[in-house]
Ligand binder design. Structure first.
Ligand SMILES: [Zn+2]
Length: 316
């Protein structure tokens, strides 16, 4: 499906049709149910399984991979339209809804990402090594123009959201005159913003090499969803930002580094094999297992500062 062939309105309609008609194997209208749950649970995000999209409309699924920014905007609009119809009050309250894509067909190695994938939907797997604090990102700016005793307030850009750079308005959108414009913070819209760093898994690092990592941006309701040490699968759009810091970067404005604008985070459960048990541990465990007092020893080791309550401790 090319953009020329179908307008944005048609794309929103296609996503709406998917959300309203997709049936799981047991005949349940899966996403209608999930949207009802989203409203009931006061959520903002709807998780869509990529496989369902493929089953419903392969071209639409490919469009999501190929033009994720446009596709996800249209998908969110479709979701907003449905929520507005089902529960107008909730839609007005939340304003921004997100469709999050789970399980795209291919998971890339971090060192496998290259310029060919800029602007595409990619998924990577790795270990979170760094998490910043949460900041607020401006997504809708309201400016104030004070001119000849009058106050003009307007949104800029007039439509859509701020994605990369905040552009100051060239003139007042009310009186059409140039001038000084101040951001009205309390009328502008912000979303939560957090940067994380994800490093490739140890088993993916070729012998003798240093693990590589990539920055990723979490926004809105997925901030604070990971901690350092977590193994994660991130789905998002591969983007670039000007490279800073290095001597090459200072002398050239054409160098950029990759980052992932994250759409969905999946934190993987820690599997048992990851707990490494040494030979000494094993011997110690066997030794303890032979100890007839092992139960009591374990129980008394739980909250040793609290005397008694044996029945409660045993139950834990
Ligand atoms: Zn004005």
């Amino acid at each position: 499906m090319s953009e020329e062939a179908v307008g944005i309105v048609d794309i929103v309609q296609s996503f709406k049709a998917f959300l309203e008609t997709f049936q799981s194997k047991d005949g349940v209208l899966k996403y209608r149910e999930r949207i009802h749950e989203l409203i009931r649970m006061n959520q903002k995000s709807l998780i869509v399984d990529f496989d369902d999209l493929i089953l419903h409309d392969r071209e639409l699924a490919n469009y999501v991979l190929d033009k994720p920014l446009e596709a996800l905007n249209a998908f969110s609009q479709a979701l907003l339209d449905i929520v507005s119809r089902e529960n107008p009050e909730y839609a007005r309250l939340v304003k921004r809804f997100y469709v999050r894509i789970r399980n795209p067909p291919e998971i890339f190695k971090i060192r496998g990402l290259n310029s060919d994938y800029i602007g595409k939907l990619v998924a990577i797997e790795g270990i979170v090594t760094r998490v910043t604090r949460i900041d607020a990102k401006l997504v809708k700016a309201v400016y104030r123009h004070v001119a000849e005793g009058e106050i003009h307030e307007f949104e800029y850009p007039p439509e859509g959201s701020i994605t990369e750079k905040v552009e100051k308005p060239p003139y007042c959108l009310i009186c059409r005159k140039p001038g000084k414009f101040d951001l009205v913070v309390e009328k502008s819209e912000f979303i939560d913003w957090q940067k994380i760093v994800v490093q490739e898994k140890p088993e993916e690092v070729p012998g003798g090499q240093i693990p590589r990592s990539i920055e990723a941006i979490l926004t809105a309701d997925i901030v604070d969803s990971v901690r350092p040490g977590d193994r994660v699968i991130l789905t998002g759009v591969l983007r670039v930002q000007p490279l800073t810091g290095s001597p090459e970067a200072r002398s050239s404005r054409s160098l950029f580094s990759f980052y992932i604008d994250v759409n969905h985070v999946e934190v993987q459960e820690k599997v048992l094999e990851e707990i490494v048990i040494t030979r000494e541990d094993e011997e110690r465990i066997r030794e303890l297992a032979r100890d007839p007092w092992i139960r009591e020893k374990i129980i008394s080791s739980i909250a040793p500062g609290i005397y008694g309550y044996w029945d409660i401790k045993e139950a834990t």
